[in-house]
Design a protein around this ligand. Structure first.
Ligand code: COA
Length: 198
């Protein structure tokens, strides 16, 4: 790892109506976090994808407080990272991961997306975003958080949710293995068991 960026040079800001358009574009230009609904398009022909995602974000913010943050580091005017999270039930793609194993936690949350500009990687910034979000969710009373890193990727640019090792650093454990992604879980509030719904 390169030298860690000091915590006092890092700022995380909730995404809102004003800063939504500043969500940075990932290094791999085939992705756009301003348009992606975690891999499922919701285009209905009436609104463009970007406008729909913005609307979705603002509605979920109203319901849950915050479902995404922008990452700023000292000296940079624009955000250089992004994290997206929310109740699993709000992400259709995430729900699909549980179809086979039926281990969908009742009221469980997940972190779906994690992205840091390639110039700033391996300095602990993704880790800072995860740390901050986990602490916020714990305060909110969320009981468990899941993440869905890919089993294997050709390039770190193509991972929407980091690596298995990244989540292990935060105490997430693999609870189910798919052919492409694994489900990893961290229990919050010191609880070890949680009701599941199929
Ligand atoms: C995955 C990503 C978020 C990691 O960000 P980062 O700030 O470099 O991560 P950190 O420095 O906090 O590293 C945390 C852990 O992640 C893992 N990690 C980070 N970069 C890695 C790499 N290139 N290869 C393998 N593991 C890696 C390591 O386990 C690391 O812990 P360590 O430093 O103790 O080994 C970043 O590489 C990224 O943004 N990738 C592209 C994501 C994207 O654009 N996706 C498309 C849109 S959905």
């Amino acid at each position: 790892m390169l030298k860690l960026i000091p915590v006092n040079k890092i700022k995380l800001v909730d995404i809102d109506e004003v800063n939504f358009d500043l969500i940075p574009r990932p290094a791999n230009k085939k992705f756009s976090c301003q348009e992606c609904f975690y891999w499922i398009g919701k285009k209905d022909g009436r609104l463009d994808q970007n406008a729909q995602k913005k609307k979705w974000f603002l509605r979920k913010n109203e319901n849950y407080g915050s479902v995404g943050k922008l990452l700023y580091v000292g000296g940079e005017k624009l955000p250089i990272g992004f994290i997206q999270y929310g109740p699993i039930k709000e992400f259709d793609t995430a729900k699909l991961y549980y179809l086979k194993n039926g281990n969908l936690p009742k009221d469980g949350w997940c972190i779906t997306c994690l992205m840091v500009d390639s110039k700033f990687r391996q300095q602990g910034l993704a880790s800072e975003m995860v740390k901050k979000v986990l602490s916020e969710l714990q305060k909110k009373g969320v009981k468990s958080v899941d993440a869905f890193p890919a089993v294997k990727t050709n390039s770190i640019d193509d991972t929407s949710a980091g690596t298995i090792q990244l989540w292990q650093k935060f105490g997430f454990r693999v609870i189910a293995e798919g052919s492409r992604e694994v489900i990893m879980r961290k229990e919050l509030n010191g609880r070890s068991k949680q009701k599941t719904s199929s």
